[in-house]
Design a protein around this ligand. Structure first.
Ligand code: 5GP
Ligand code: ZN
Length: 112
């Protein structure tokens, strides 16, 4: 499949990995919006939040059990934000489910 994050998950396109196991990968965003900006993806292709199903939701649960550990390892002791853009109105630019972890400074309180 011609999917950027599938290629990153497969190691065909290099990334700066911060966490990896058999199901998920976390790597640094190429265009960071905060001092710490990490993307967490399932290795399995899920197009967006809209593609989460009872069959694959265990991957999302696994991602969310790892996010606090990743944040802690990054030293985000004062907190962080987790975002997933879904669809064009949200500005999703890569159609493979991903969760942004943003932190390292006080973030703007504007949500949208
Ligand atoms: P979205 O806009 O879909 O919510 O987030 C996609 C994110 O992927 C953007 O923040 C963008 O900077 C990041 N991104 C796009 N291409 C690459 C890439 O090749 N490598 C990495 N590490 N991040 C990428
Ligand atoms: Zn994909």
């Amino acid at each position: 499949m011609d999917c950027l994050f599938c290629k990153i998950a497969a190691g065909e396109i290099p990334s700066t990995k911060v966490y990896e196991d058999d199901k998920i990968l976390a790597f640094r965003d190429i265009q960071p919006m905060a001092p710490t900006h990490i993307l967490v993806i399932p290795k399995e292709h899920i197009p967006s939040v809209d593609g989460i199903t009872p069959e694959n939701s265990h991957l999302v649960a696994h991602i969310f059990t790892q996010i606090p550990k990743i944040a802690s390892a990054e030293g985000l002791v004062n907190g962080y934000r987790v975002i997933s853009n879904c669809g064009s109105d949200a500005g999703q630019s890569v159609p493979h489910l991903h969760f942004h972890i943003l932190g390292g400074r006080a973030l703007t309180l504007e949500m949208a």
